[in-house]
Design a protein around this ligand. Structure first.
Ligand SMILES: N[C@@H](CCC(=O)N[C@@H](CS)C(=O)NCC(=O)O)C(=O)O
Length: 140
């Protein structure tokens, strides 16, 4: 596990997701990339119900993930993956064909419909949810 609260890389994720969404929330992508190369990262968990206002400064739709890397902040998990991949040839190989293949999944289109569904679902069920299932990034 490479979660370290003092790491210079920080991944913003939601503090709770419904069971059906576990391991499908997109912070799993940068988390996996970091784990893959042993890069420590801090996690910044924000409320799934009441997103902090300043989160929208960095992600216009209030979604996750957002990555902070020193002074750099970026959103869109594909862009985040490309940023992280620059750090290590295991994520972005030097060979042209292998690089092209490595970029493909990171550029897949967002599943906008399902994230909108999740938003609606989260708002409509907020009164009966518990806070026990924290962290959407695939870690139960
Ligand atoms: N294209 C974005 C999609 C981000 C996205 O859909 N995030 C979802 C979780 S997987 C989210 O934050 N949903 C909550 C919401 O839409 O309010 C990416 O890949 O970063």
């Amino acid at each position: 596990m490479s979660i370290d609260s003092s790491a210079s890389i920080e991944i913003t994720a939601l503090d709770w997701v419904p069971d059906f969404a576990r391991a499908y929330v997109r912070d799993i992508r940068p988390r996996s990339a970091c784990e893959e190369i042993g890069l420590d990262y801090a996690e910044h968990l924000i409320s799934a119900i009441n997103r902090p206002a300043d989160h929208f400064l960095f992600q216009p739709w209030g979604q996750v993930p957002v990555l902070k890397d020193g002074g750099i902040r970026l959103f869109e998990s594909g862009a985040i993956l490309l940023h992280l991949a620059e750090k290590d040839a295991r994520l972005m190989p030097r060979n042209a064909q292998a690089r092209a293949r490595a970029r493909s999944p990171g550029c897949s289109p967002p599943i906008i419909a399902s994230s909108r569904c999740f938003s609606s679902w989260a708002m409509s069920t907020s009164s009966r949810r518990t806070r026990s299932g924290r962290n959407c990034g695939g870690r139960a």
